[in-house]
Unconditional design. Structure first.
Lengths: 81, 638
């Protein structure tokens, strides 16, 4: 709901990260239940990728803020035309 | 010598290339020398080949292979020449008369700005015709066949600044093309059924009296043979100006007069006769087509002779007389008298070239005037032209002793043996020939001059380069017939004996000597009567501007051009108009533009989805996930 309702890009970003972590948690839980260590290895990969993605995403948001002094997603429609 | 036969077409080709590539900077005298000289060289080689053929010392059946042209699997079309009695005879006619016409042209075209270009075209014409005659298979013949069509188009429209002339050249080209289609289809049928297009391989498969069968023994039905023969004849119809494709020939008078002589006498129109005579083995197996050819020939000769009776343009008279004489040749071929047809080709080449060049001499003296009503009394100032023209007229009218008499007599005799009714009609045609030729002669050369004072002052005899060819042709017009004397006069028919290895008359009929004498006498007496009638008709020297009644119908060529225009040309224009304005702009353009507009329109609708609002994108994403989730649940349940 945070992703849908909020207009601040950083908040949305944080919400997305939470969802990702929720999925990671699910994977670990299921692997424990099913006794398969493979899923846990997957989670490590997922976390590494997520770290890289966060770095890039935050960098983009910082650049956008420097350009237009705002991180409101309703203002971010310059690519439309 | 036979191995050097490729030189014969090569010389005119070289002349064409030199004159054609450098025509802008070529001095006039040099262009004339190159143009005529190459033909003379070809004539010299042709003479050598002719004597070798005559002495029977031609190696390897006379086939001279130059290179492989088309080779697909077992099917092979070599670029080869065939030297035999028939092609050697045509070589002599083409190069010999072609040379005289070239010499004549050096004087006739002297003041023309396109002098070198003109000679380039003439050489191309002769080259194509030589290729046509020399080819050892139908493909090579077809190359020459098309080349002749192209060269005639270029020459008829030589004075291309005049719109009527370019229209005439287009007409000639299109009419020829219609015929060419028939030739092409026939050629494909032959290749498909017999597996070869070479004469030396094809004709042995056509056994006379038994029927056609291929090399591996498969029998070809008579109907198919007739179909092939008919297709070839349609090609000949176009090239040799027979009903219904004859109207281009009178219009071809738009070209310079020596060109008319070349088209009508030595080359082009005889191509159809050559093809049928060459394929005589094929036609002997198709009697139905032979009858058809005879009927077409007869109809053509009567129709065009009747038109010629009332023409006032000196070249138009000669043009229709050519169509009429071609009708005789086809009549001869149709009744199986191939020798008669070829004999008439030869004599006709002599006297028709003579008549055309003579008329050119007259037109030259009259500063371009072609209307015989403005002429008259020219005999006093142009004695050489007058006498040679008279000899030409006597020859074509069939006065005994002149060449036309013998060839026409041979045709008439073989027609009589076949069908007396056809003979009577052909005789009427021959009477009309005598009448219109002498009408033209008297209108031009006797009586008083009817042109303007200025023209009268300008009148002169033509220069040597024009009169000498006239004299040579006049001698040939007299003597050319003596090689084919009828056998009541001589035991040896030289031409028939010469051609015997290649072409023989089909089903030759021998008439009793008395009958033959009677036929000859009848034809001669009627010709003389018609000459006297022509004298009487032109005595008063009053020629109406507008003819009345039936004569008007003849003067307007039975309105056939108008009928063709209304029946074929106009509806085609209408159809083209419909296709252009309705089918093309509405249907085809509409479909193409419609696709473009559809994409444009739908893109305009869809682009509103891309609002740029991140919130909406996210919302759409969640909806999508929910939908996928719902589908997943549904599939599990089901």
């Amino acid at each position: 709901m945070g992703v849908l309702m909020r207009r601040n890009a950083i908040i949305i970003f944080m919400c997305i990260e939470l969802m990702l972590n929720a999925v990671n948690l699910l994977l670990v839980a299921f692997s424990k239940v099913n006794g398969d260590a493979g899923a846990q290895v997957f989670v490590f990969f997922s976390m590494v990728v997520a770290a890289a993605e966060v770095a890039i995403g935050l960098a983009i948001i910082v650049m956008v803020f420097r350009k237009i002094n705002s991180v409101d997603i309703n203002v971010l429609n310059r690519l439309k035309n | 010598m036979t191995q050097l036969v490729y030189l014969i077409p090569l010389f005119p080709l070289i002349g064409f290339l030199i004159n054609g590539l450098f025509y802008k900077s070529m001095p006039k005298s040099l262009a004339g020398i190159i143009g005529s000289g190459t033909i003379l060289a070809a004539f010299a080689v042709a003479l050598g080949v002719f004597f070798e053929v005559k002495n029977g010392t031609v190696p390897e059946q006379g086939v001279v292979q130059i290179f492989d042209f088309i080779a697909v699997g077992n099917f092979n079309i070599p670029f080869a020449f065939l030297v035999d009695e028939l092609s050697a005879m045509f070589l002599l006619i083409i190069t010999g008369i072609g040379f005289l016409i070239h010499v004549y042209s050096t004087a006739y075209m002297h003041d023309d700005e396109g002098y070198a270009k003109y000679f380039a075209y003439l050489n191309l014409f002769v080259f194509s015709m030589l290729l046509l005659v020399l080819g050892a298979n139908y493909v090579i013949m077809f190359i020459g066949w098309e080349g002749v069509g192209l060269a005639s188009y270029l020459l008829i429209g030589f004075w291309f600044k005049n719109k009527d002339y370019t229209n005439a050249s287009k007409k000639a080209f299109i009419m020829n093309r219609i015929g060419d289609l028939g030739f092409l289809v026939g050629m494909m049928l032959v290749a498909l059924n017999f597996g070869t297009l070479s004469y030396t391989e094809l004709f042995p498969q056509l056994a006379p009296g038994i029927g056609a069968s291929t090399a591996n023994g498969a029998v070809i039905s008579d109907a198919l043979v007739c179909g092939i023969a008919l297709c070839f004849f349609i090609g000949a119809m176009g090239k040799s100006a027979q009903i219904p494709l004859y109207t281009w020939l009178p219009d071809a008078m738009a070209g310079p007069t020596p060109v008319s002589a070349l088209i009508h006498a030595a080359t082009m129109v005889t191509a159809g006769i050559y093809m049928i005579a060459r394929s005589s083995a094929l036609y002997n197996l198709a009697p139905a087509v032979q009858n058809f050819i005879a009927i077409i020939g007869l109809a053509t000769l009567l129709l065009s002779a009747s038109i010629a009776l009332k023409q006032n343009d000196i070249k138009k008279v000669l043009a229709y007389s050519t169509v009429s004489q071609l009708g005789y040749m086809f009549l001869a071929l149709g009744v199986g008298s191939y020798i008669g047809g070829l004999f008439h080709v030869m004599t006709h080449a002599f006297f028709k070239a003579l008549l055309f060049l003579g008329s050119g001499s007259v037109i030259h003296a009259m500063s371009g005037e072609q209307d015989m009503r403005r002429m008259g009394g020219l005999g006093k100032v142009m004695p050489v032209t007058k006498i040679t023209f008279l000899i030409g007229c006597l020859a074509i009218a069939g006065i005994p002793g002149f060449s036309g008499f013998f060839s026409k007599d041979e045709i008439l005799a073989s027609v009589f043996a076949k069908s007396p009714l056809m003979y009577a009609l052909a005789l009427i045609g021959s009477m009309m020939t005598a009448f219109y030729m002498f009408r033209a002669y008297f209108m031009t050369f006797s009586g008083n001059f009817r042109g303007t004072e200025e023209q009268k002052h300008h009148l002169h005899e033509s220069p040597m380069a024009m009169t000498v060819p006239l004299i040579i042709l006049a001698i040939l017009s007299v003597a050319g017939g003596w090689i084919g004397l009828p056998h009541v006069l001589a035991h040896h028919h030289l031409l028939a004996e010469y051609l015997a290895p290649v072409v023989r008359n089909f089903d030759p009929a021998h008439l009793a000597a008395n009958t033959e004498w009677m036929l000859m006498g009848l034809a001669s007496v009627l010709a003389i009567v018609m000459i006297l009638l022509a004298r009487m008709a032109t005595k008063k020297e009053q020629f109406p501007e507008e003819e009345q009644g039936f004569a008007k119908l003849l003067a307007n060529k039975w309105y056939l051009d108008e009928i063709y225009d209304a029946v074929i040309v106009k509806p085609l224009y209408k159809l083209a108009h419909f296709l252009n304005n309705v089918l093309d702009t509405k249907v085809i353009d509409g479909a193409v533009n419609g696709v473009g507009q559809l994409v444009h329109w739908s893109a305009g609708r869809i682009r509103t989805l891309q609002s740029g609002q991140v919130g909406i994108y996210l919302f759409a994403m969640v909806i999508g996930v929910v939908v996928l989730f719902a589908i997943g649940i549904a599939m599990i349940i089901v």
